[in-house]
Structure formats: C-alpha cells, structure tokens
Ligand binder design. Structure first.
Ligand SMILES: [Zn+2]
Length: 331
C-alpha cells in the first residue's frame, strides 16, 4: 500500500512540475511572433500562440481556453498597430499577471490609405523590421528571466545574422524581376512593408484588415490594374478564402501565381513553417510567377504568327494573280 501511495505522489509531482514548469511561459498573439520567440528563447522558454496556424488574427474570436492560456502566461507578445484588436480585452478578462509587450516598438509604421489615423500592422513583412521585432522580444525575455541573459543575447545575435541574410536574399531575388513586371496583386493589403523595402508595386482586393467584405468597386479597381500592367499572375493567401482571387484570375485570363503567407506561418508540411521560411517562400513564389511574363509573350507570338500568315497569303495570291495574268496575256 505504501508503495502505491509513493508511486501516486511521485506521479502527481511529475505532472505538477510538468504543468507548472520552471520555464517562463511566453504567449504570442499570432504564430509568426511565437516562432520568433521560439528562436530567441529556445530551450529556456515555453511558447504558445493564441491564434492557431492558418487562423486570421484580424477577425479572430478568442475562446475560453485562450483565456486560460493568457492567464498562465508570464509574457504576452502583441504586434499592436491595430492588428489584434481583441487582445487587450482577452488579457483583461483572463486576469493574467503576465506582462504585455508591444513588439513593434521602434518601427516606423506605414499609415493606412483607407482609414485616417490608422496604421498598417503588417510590419514583419520587411525582414529589417524583423530585426527590431527580435530585439524587442529578446529584451522582454531577458527582463523576465535575467539569470539567462547571456544565452538570450547569444540567441538574438544568431537570429539577427539569419534575418540579415534573409533581407539580402529577398532584395537580390526581387531585383531579378524586370522592373515593369514588379506588381504584386493579393487578397488583402498585407505587403506594403514588403513592397516598400524590396521595390515592388502593390494592389489588393481588400484593405489592411480582412473584416470588411470586398466591394464591386474593389474588383473593378484590381481588374483595371491587371489590364494596365499586364501582370501574368495574381496571388492567394493562406488565411483567406481563395474564391474571389480565383474568379478574378479566370475572368482576366491570368494565372494564380501561388499561395503566400501573410498573417500566419504555414503548417508543418508547408514551406512556410516559420517566420524566415514564410518570407523566403513568398519571395520564391513571387519571383517564380512574375520573373517570366509567359502570358504576354505567348500572346505576342500568336499575334506575330497570324499577321505573318496573312502577309504571306496576300503575297502568294498576288504572285498567282500575276502568273495567271502573264499566262493569259502571252498565250
Ligand atoms: Zn493582414
């Protein structure tokens, strides 16, 4: 009997250490920031994301289990810039003692074209801004767990090296697209920071949030951009229903260039399973679809072919005509 009690007590102790843990609990609003934190804290922290991979943080509705998650957090990482409007209420309702940290502090925000006074939240799409995110997250980790400060500093330095390399890669790849073909058409306006940093023009069906439905005027505007620029491809996004983009592509005889990750990292099977991976994947997909202007060139070839055929036919008819004329004349 004594042995059974001992086993039960040991079991409970193991479970409780597992549950309570000694590691700081870091909860991010969205999967992109959880991934950054995981690289910056590695084995020293436990991480979780409120919005699951593939979820849309703009319109997310927190569940009771999210409140439990946030209640137990030591650190809550949020983007701010009106990205996750539900987070303050969730934190308040959960009664958490965890510290809420805005990780875009120090980033120069792009103003919204649609909403006066509002800012575009998608600052992470610029890998240089990613460095500022990393510095803010690392500082918060160091303050939460000062005993491991030196390790966090080392992880930050390693991660910044990777982000600098990523920034160079994107710049080099995007510059391989002929300048007039650098036009990116997507579901929602998530690529302004990317476009500003890497030199690509943008057009989107929806605005910087996904909470309002697309209007007929949006579809007309995007259709005009497709016609005016002659882009061969437009793009769908992993967190947004692709139907509208597919319809616009079909109506305008352009291709779907591929799936981009904007507001969430990709799942484990995807190429975008991580912040660095998603920016790299997006770049590869964009370059692959825009670097060669297939549609326009085949169209040109066909036009050339048919006009040449007409020219040869006329020439041929003229020659036969003259021959017949000569035969009749000198008979
Ligand atoms: Zn977005």
């Amino acid at each position: 009997m004594k042995r059974v009690i001992l086993i039960v007590v040991c079991g409970l102790m193991v479970i409780s250490t597992g549950l309570c843990g000694q590691l700081p609990k870091v909860v991010a609003s969205a999967s992109i920031f959880e991934d950054m934190a995981a690289h910056l804290g590695k084995e020293l922290i436990e991480t979780a994301s409120v919005v699951p991979i593939g979820g849309d943080p703009h319109v997310y509705e927190p569940t009771p289990s999210d409140a439990v998650l946030v209640a137990n957090a030591d650190l809550i990482l949020v983007n701010g810039l009106t990205f996750e409007g539900w987070i303050n209420e969730l934190a308040e309702n959960s009664g958490t003692n965890g510290r809420l940290v805005v990780i875009t502090e120090g980033i120069k925000p792009i103003a919204s074209e649609q909403y006066k006074g509002a800012t575009d939240p998608h600052a992470w799409m610029d890998a240089q801004n990613g460095i500022i995110y990393a510095q803010n997250i690392s500082r918060a980790l160091q303050e939460t767990d000062p005993d491991n400060k030196e390790k966090y500093k080392q992880y930050l330095s390693d991660y910044i090296d990777q982000l600098k390399e990523l920034d160079r890669y994107i710049q080099q790849e995007i510059s391989s697209i002929p300048e007039q073909q650098r036009v990116l058409i997507t579901s929602h306006d998530a690529f302004a920071y990317y476009g500003q940093r890497y030199g690509i023009k943008l057009s989107a069906i929806m605005g910087i949030s996904t909470d309002a439905e697309a209007q007929t005027s949006d579809i007309i505007r995007v259709t005009e951009t497709i016609k005016k620029t002659g882009v061969p491809s437009i793009f769908i996004e992993s967190t947004i229903n692709p139907k509208l983009v597919q319809q616009i592509a079909k109506d305008n005889n352009v291709k779907i260039g591929g799936e981009l990750f904007a507001d969430s990292i990709g799942d484990e099977e995807s190429e975008g399973h991580g912040y660095i991976e998603m920016l790299r994947h997006n770049t590869d997909v964009i370059v692959g679809a825009l670097a060669r202007n297939e549609l326009s060139s085949t169209k040109l070839d066909q036009d050339d072919g048919s006009s040449n055929l007409l020219l040869y036919s006329i020439l041929g008819l003229c020659m036969i005509g003259s021959l017949v004329y000569l035969v009749f004349k000198f008979r």
